[in-house]
Write a protein that binds this ligand. Structure first.
Ligand code: ZN
Length: 310
């Protein structure tokens, strides 16, 4: 039976109708009403109703959002789309659409999508990573998202960059401390996001370049920036391997398109992993930019009707 997935992004809201086999039957997309909470709720509701009409019935709805629901209050938190914070988004969507809505963090939806039928299909455990405007992550075990009492599972983007300034380039380039919007300093996100990559390049070489341009660079400066990025990513992912030991780590988001990551990072992460050999595999996302909306839909699994444990 088909279900609806919604990806509530900072610039656009995308929604799909998807069947049990992962075939997308209909797709809708509209600009996000930025800084207008009530209009955002209404926009999501109307997209869902449009896809209900395509399906000929009221479907179950999964929605991926920035940030998370604070379990103790039901209010949104940690959203970079700040107009959602401290709002009862799940409650308001349920009131508008009925008891058929599930919400999850957008990076969690990405991880779930790649686990269901993407790069991590068939793996018992996987960690999905978004390397984009921000940095997020999600952990899937045995087909289920791991979600905890704080609603922040997988949020390694706001942990400190491990071994900062242990690397010669970080010293030679005199990378300054990086305050993060979250109030902390030197969060992984401030180095491994697209803007973080551009900031590192500027600090090393005094050149203002777009992350996309650095990612595709063939000149020595650009390549050396990417090499430092690989070392930072290797140190950061090694901590994930140490804690949850996933079979597969899947990378998504704009920066994940740097093909060198998949060769260099596994060459570099060994010294930081508490094991003589590292069997974890690092892979690019299969579904790319559509993983968020697909994973949101999979918040209602294909076997939902036959498995009462969900
Ligand atoms: Zn932070």
């Amino acid at each position: 039976m088909s279900r609806i997935g919604v990806d509530l992004g900072g610039t656009k809201v995308e929604a799909i109708l998807i069947d049990d086999n992962g075939i997308v039957e209909a797709r809708e997309r509209i600009a996000t009403p930025r800084f207008e909470y009530e209009a955002t709720v209404e926009t999501v509701a109307r997209l869902v109703e449009t896809l209900d009409q395509s399906a000929g019935r009221r479907c179950r709805v999964g929605a991926g959002t920035p940030g998370a629901v604070e379990p103790s209050t039901g209010l949104m938190k940690n959203c970079n789309s700040t107009w959602l914070n401290r709002r009862p988004l799940l409650g308001d969507l349920t009131r508008r659409l009925g008891e058929r809505v599930r919400l999850a963090n957008d990076a969690d939806c990405f991880a779930l999508s790649e686990s269901v039928d993407g790069a991590a299909a068939g793996a018992h455990t996987s960690f999905g990573v978004i390397l984009g405007t921000g940095v997020g992550g999600g952990f899937v075990a045995h087909g289920r998202l791991i979600q905890g009492p704080n609603g922040i599972s997988g949020e390694w983007g706001h942990t400190p960059l491990p071994y900062f300034r242990s690397d010669a380039d970080e010293l030679e380039g005199r990378l300054d401390d990086r305050p993060c919007y979250c109030g902390r300093v030197n969060c992984v996100e401030t180095f491994l996001s697209g803007p973080g990559l551009a900031r590192t390049h500027n600090a090393l070489w005094g050149e203002a370049r777009e992350p996309r341009d650095i990612a595709a660079a063939t000149d020595p400066n650009g390549r050396r920036t990417v090499e430092l990025y690989c070392r930072q990513l290797a140190r950061s992912l090694a901590q994930i391997v140490n804690v949850i030991d996933p079979e597969i780590i899947v990378l998504g988001g704009g920066v994940s398109e740097i093909s060198a990551l998949y060769r260099r990072v596994p060459e570099l992460w060994g010294p930081y992993v508490f094991s003589e050999s590292v069997n974890t595999r690092l892979l690019p996302a299969v579904h790319g930019a559509t993983s968020g909306v697909r994973g949101a839909a999979w918040l209602w699994p294909a076997d939902y009707n036959s498995d009462s444990n969900h």
